[in-house]
Ligand binder design. Structure first.
Ligand code: FUB
Length: 475
């Protein structure tokens, strides 16, 4: 972090509700939006949409401090062309806060979207972590707790309580990492996503941590990217920062430092997020690259991220063109589901297995207008399966989950398997199997030639699962 970015004075109290904005198309280049200045981007994939949540820099030219009062949302269907949805939260979202809408991140869980924010409270101390919640990625978001989740009075908290990153593991346990001013911290979150569980700890192994952690998982390995500002391979001027990363086999660490992901950018601060979308990996970060840009007038950019075969990350090449369009798929667009024979581990007597491949287009996860498949009262691992008389080449699938708000709920996890002639094995290189409600969750993978495709579904504890439509796309 730049020493220059410490604010001399707090910004004005903002009590207005989050602004409603008309979605406007943005450009396909870096920065991805130039109509306003944006910073601290946090990507999130929901179904076939890539969202970016970002703060808004409102500092005038020549200002020496941040002026940030709003958090905005952008979205893209291909990681290249962006729609700006306007401010979906602001300081007024948190009645107890008064200034400094700093870095944030949205994490989905159980059909809700939790927006963790860095914000200045009105009480004693400075920065806090707040959490807002909504039923959709675009809100409306409201304060989920009525007070800070983390503050200066939280035992063991950081010297600067900013920059939350929240990660929900496959077993349902959620983790919050945050911190600035060389003080990383970690704590478990309760299933309600708004309470902490157990002590705040200082994670080991985040070498040269300065601020801005970002956590994700790939291939069973946990990754933590974070801003550092050392001169030992990171930056030549400690007013600037790079993004280092570490890996761990346990979500609480210890972490092993692996190197630099993103070198110095044109703004002093360096804040980034990593996400997999339509089978490719991306880094979303900010710089001072927009016309009139600067350290307090930053802009969000997107570039491709590449992993080596051993799981290490290649240094990012920063571009002004941004990534090429990635609409997903790549096949001929034919859904092979309707031509398949469908079977299942269990279907409730009053539900309909035929629902999964009858070509319906659900309006939402409660929409039974084209029938619904459900496996109540079964819990744990269940499956649905397609069989074709001859082998089909498939590289993409999607699932629209059924949620009856009773015994059937969104699943905890899912995965796609194919029959390789002797057994079911995971489809190779599959992207995250999404469990979001009210959307088509797209899964991409390397093409397989098979007569059988299976969707394995693991329920949340105490619930069964269901599907409204399942697609298998020809490659
Ligand atoms: O945007 C305000 C602060 O600057 C963020 O919280 C930090 O990560 C840095 O980007």
């Amino acid at each position: 972090m730049s020493r220059r970015r410490w604010p001399a004075a707090m910004c004005a109290l903002v009590t207005a509700a989050a602004a409603t904005a008309v979605a406007t198309p943005a450009q396909a280049a870096n920065p991805i939006i130039t109509s306003i200045y944006t910073a601290d981007p946090a990507p999130l994939v929901v179904g076939d949409t890539l969202y970016v949540y970002a703060g808004r820099d409102e500092a005038p030219t020549g200002a020496g401090n941040f002026q940030m009062r709003e958090w905005h949302v952008l979205s893209s269907a291909d990681a290249a062309t962006w729609t700006h949805h306007g401010a979906k939260a602001n300081i007024g979202t948190f009645g107890w806060a008064g200034a400094d809408a700093w870095a944030s991140e949205v994490e989905p869980r159980n059909g809700k979207y939790y927006w963790y924010t860095s914000v200045n409270g009105n009480g004693p101390g400075w920065m806090n972590i707040g959490v807002a919640v909504a039923d959709s990625p675009l809100g409306p978001f409201t304060d989920a707790k009525g007070g800070p989740l983390i503050s200066d009075s939280t035992p063991g908290s950081s010297g600067l309580n900013i920059d939350p990153t929240v990660f929900v593991d496959d077993d349902g346990q959620a983790y919050l990492y945050w911190g600035g001013y060389w003080g990383p911290r970690a704590v478990r979150l309760a299933a309600n996503m708004t309470d902490t569980v157990g002590p705040v700890v200082t994670p080991a192994g985040l070498t040269d941590f300065w601020e801005a952690p970002w956590m994700f998982k790939r291939g069973g390995l946990y990754y933590m990217m974070y801003a550092a500002n050392d001169t030992g391979g990171c930056v030549t001027d400690t007013d600037y920062a790079c993004q280092r990363y570490a890996t761990a086999t346990d979500p609480m660490g210890p972490w092993t430092h692996r190197g630099v992901v993103l070198g110095q950018v044109s703004s002093t601060t360096n804040h980034a997020g990593i996400v997999e979308f339509n089978g490719q990996w991306y880094i979303v970060y900010h710089n001072a690259g927009a016309p009139g840009g600067g350290d307090f007038r930053r802009s969000v950019a997107v570039d491709r991220l590449y992993f080596n075969a051993d799981g290490t990350i290649q240094p990012v090449v920063q571009t002004t063109t941004g990534p090429p369009p990635n609409p997903g798929g790549g096949g001929d667009g034919t859904n092979l589901g309707p031509s398949a024979t469908v079977s299942t581990s269990h279907v409730s007597a009053w539900e309909h297995l035929a629902a999964v491949n009858n070509g319906g287009t659900p309006a939402g996860s409660q929409d039974r207008s084209n029938l619904a498949y459900g496996n109540w009262p079964q819990q744990g691992v269940q499956w649905i399966e397609y069989r074709w008389p001859t082998a089909k080449s498939i590289n993409r699938s999607s699932v629209y989950w059924f949620d009856d708000n009773q015994g059937i709920d969104l699943p905890a996890s899912c995965r796609l398997q194919y029959f390789n002639g002797s057994q079911y094995v995971p489809v190779p290189g599959q992207s995250t199997c999404g469990v979001a409600g009210n959307v088509e969750n797209v899964i991409t993978f390397s093409p397989v030639s098979t007569t059988r495709l299976r969707l394995q579904i693991t329920s949340r504890s105490g619930y069964s699962t269901g599907v409204l439509e399942w697609k298998a796309m020809q490659s």
